[in-house]
Design a protein around this ligand. Structure first.
Ligand SMILES: Cc1ncc(COP(=O)(O)O)c(C=O)c1O
Length: 368
């Protein structure tokens, strides 16, 4: 077939393989009651405030959304005590990541990120011809080595990605370490603090990131309505940064990038502190349940501050995935993160967690 040559930088991009949708697995295996513990979604679902707001908005779907997200912007700015022009909204925080690389990476520029971490940093960097530089996490607990991150920064570096809590390890960077790191990072490098799981953090030493932005550091904090707010299907996330950075990012944003339903639901969800508390409680209980259950199988998860658990299953995780799937449980395999015996499992309800534990016990016995 005759067609133009694809841009050469895309040759290094592997299309993202998402966690399998429940319906697809049910269809393929002829099973019912499949549980998906693969994409770090909220098993409680969305806030009922958000559900009601969506129902109220359904008749207005012939109207384009507010491209500026005015009401959501006001509500969030008031909640975070920041200026409205310090916010940018995206079709998921994924989209904000692509705004960042589109705005700041020229072909050949570098972006520093840790490994293993969220694959979208690599994707967004390569998409525009940038070069990712990976810095491994260290030790059994997969901790950040910020000294090594600093060493990886050079004259070509435009961006540094820090994901805290980190996906897939659940590990965090503490405020005192982040403070020192930011002081030493060259001023022309933008630091992206990905805080998709921030609302699950229990550690009081975790930075909010907002004080760096207030002081005018080139920092953008990324947050999302997909995780604790339970609105992943609507695709809405946001970035918080000094207004000059937001202004750069707005140049590459499509005019109607955030749909109207998502805006309505997000505004309502912000009001529902009870849903947030319940979601946090669920995760804290689930962490205990899984830690104890896995210990009985001789397994020790990486200590996490997120809504998922990352554990060395000590068997091939692709085999474990298939065997768990047959038992109706979908998890994420570690091979995509370069750790072929690890699995990442999203904390679920007590019943889901015990189904996972029972299935895993059988699976490990079967594979060994
Ligand atoms: C660390 C991290 N950042 C960002 C995202 C993307 O979130 P969103 O649904 O807002 O695009 C995810 C989703 O899994 C994530 O794990």
């Amino acid at each position: 077939m005759n067609k133009p040559d694809m841009r050469s930088c895309l040759e290094l991009i592997k299309p993202y393989v998402p966690g399998k949708p429940v319906e697809e697995v049910e269809r393929e295996l002829g099973l019912k009651d499949i549980i998906k513990m693969a994409s770090n979604e909220n098993p409680l679902g969305p806030s009922q405030f958000a559900v009601k707001a969506m129902q109220e908005h359904i008749e207005k779907m012939h109207i384009y959304p507010d491209g500026n997200c005015f009401y959501l912007r006001q509500a969030l700015a008031a909640k975070l005590k920041i200026a409205p022009d310090q916010l940018i909204f995206g079709n998921g925080s994924d989209e904000v990541l692509t705004f960042i690389t589109l705005a700041y990476i020229n072909p050949g520029d570098e972006a520093v990120m840790v490994a293993p971490s969220f694959s979208e940093y690599d994707f967004a960097t390569r998409l525009v011809g940038g070069v990712p530089r990976f810095v491994p996490l260290t030790g059994d607990n997969y901790s950040y080595d910020l000294e090594a991150v600093l060493r990886a920064v050079n004259k070509k570096t435009r961006l540094v990605f820090i994901c805290s809590p980190n996906n897939p390890t659940g590990t965090i960077v503490r405020k005192k370490d982040m403070d020192l790191f930011i002081e030493r990072l060259p001023e022309n490098v933008l630091l992206i603090l990905d805080q998709a799981y921030l609302e699950y953090v229990n550690d009081p030493e975790h930075p909010s990131g907002l004080d760096y932005i207030e002081k005018g550091h080139p920092v953008i904090a990324l947050r999302t309505f997909s995780k604790i707010y339970g609105l992943a299907g609507l695709r809405i996330g946001y970035g918080i940064a000094p207004a000059e950075i937001i202004s750069d990012l707005n140049r590459v944003r499509e005019p109607f990038n955030v749909n109207a339903m998502a805006q309505a639901a997000a505004i309502a969800a912000l009001e529902d502190s009870e849903h947030l508390d319940n979601s946090r409680n669920l995760v804290n209980k689930a962490r205990k349940q899984l830690t104890e259950g896995l210990a009985e199988l001789g397994l020790k998860p990486v200590p996490d501050q997120a809504n998922f658990c990352f554990v060395d299953s000590k068997v091939d995780s692709k085999q474990a995935f298939q065997a768990l799937l047959k038992r109706g449980v979908i998890v994420r395999t570690g091979d995509i993160f370069g750790l072929p015996t690890f699995i990442r499992v999203t904390y679920g309800t007590a019943e889901q967690n015990s189904r996972f534990l029972t299935a895993l016990k059988e699976v490990i016995a079967e594979i060994k």
